[in-house]
Design a binder for this molecule. Structure first.
Ligand SMILES: [Fe+2]
Length: 242
């Protein structure tokens, strides 16, 4: 399994506090059967102003410590970027890390606020498309506007977005509404990826196997394999080959 969304870099956002927690998270992931992980620290302007160079340095550091304690998981890095009109400048300056490339498109893990879908989201996503950037929306099931109105999923799909559900939402850890959005999206074929969004050993650990069992019951083996392995492999191939 490939986990494309995790906050395992130490001390850089609200994820792993320090190196020992980062290594503990990697051990949990390895024991769960995860073979590849993408660290996706927040880039949230005004809150987590992480730069690409900082993120790449932190990954190199974590890789060497992980290797030293026998962790075999392959590691790569991107970012979870909070939607903000001011991102336009960073994108034009090529200063945002993408989560992958497919064909000629770059993919951005673009987070909505948890409380609502902001005005102008559609125009911003259309502007990204003109820059050859496709959007993956993480955890749509936890957004309160989306929970209240499934129209947003259809609109985002029309705009060319892909969707990544949180493994623990599928297990019910984020409440019945989030779980129900997950189930409806899975049955409708609207899901492209499932990831842990791991933050700490206690809060959303990097475990995918439990959700995978639930998803298999819902949509069968082949489609489950696409969400946990085939799709994330294709997306992140360029990140891991470097
Ligand atoms: Fe996240």
């Amino acid at each position: 399994m490939i986990d494309i969304h995790s906050h395992i870099l130490p001390g850089i956002d609200d994820g792993a506090k320090d190196l020992s927690e980062s290594l503990a998270l990697l051990k949990i992931a390895q024991n769960d059967g995860i073979t590849h992980m993408v660290a996706t620290p927040h880039i949230h302007l005004g809150r987590f102003n992480n730069s690409t160079s900082h993120i790449y340095n932190d990954l190199a550091n974590l890789k060497s410590h992980a290797q030293a304690v026998g962790i075999t998981i392959k590691l790569a890095v991107a970012a979870e970027v909070r939607l903000d009109i001011e991102l336009m400048g960073l994108i034009m300056a090529n200063k945002l890390p993408f989560i992958g490339q497919i064909d000629t498109y770059n993919y951005l893990l673009l987070e909505l606020p948890h409380s609502h879908v902001p005005q102008g989201y559609d125009k911003f996503i259309m502007w990204l498309a003109k820059q050859n950037i496709k959007v993956i929306i993480p955890h749509p099931e936890r957004n309160r506007d989306i929970q209240a109105n499934p129209f947003y999923i259809e609109r985002l799909k029309q705009l060319g977005c892909e969707f990544q559900l949180t493994a623990s939402s599928i297990e019910g850890a984020w409440g019945e509404q989030a779980k129900s959005v997950c189930e409806n999206m899975l049955k409708a074929g609207f899901v492209d990826y499932i990831a842990s969004d791991a933050h700490s050993v206690k809060r959303r650990p990097p475990i995918l196997s439990k959700a995978k069992n639930v998803v298999r019951e819902l949509i069968g083996d082949d489609r489950t394999q696409a969400l946990f392995a085939t799709n994330p492999t294709r997306l992140t191939e360029s990140l891991f080959c470097g």
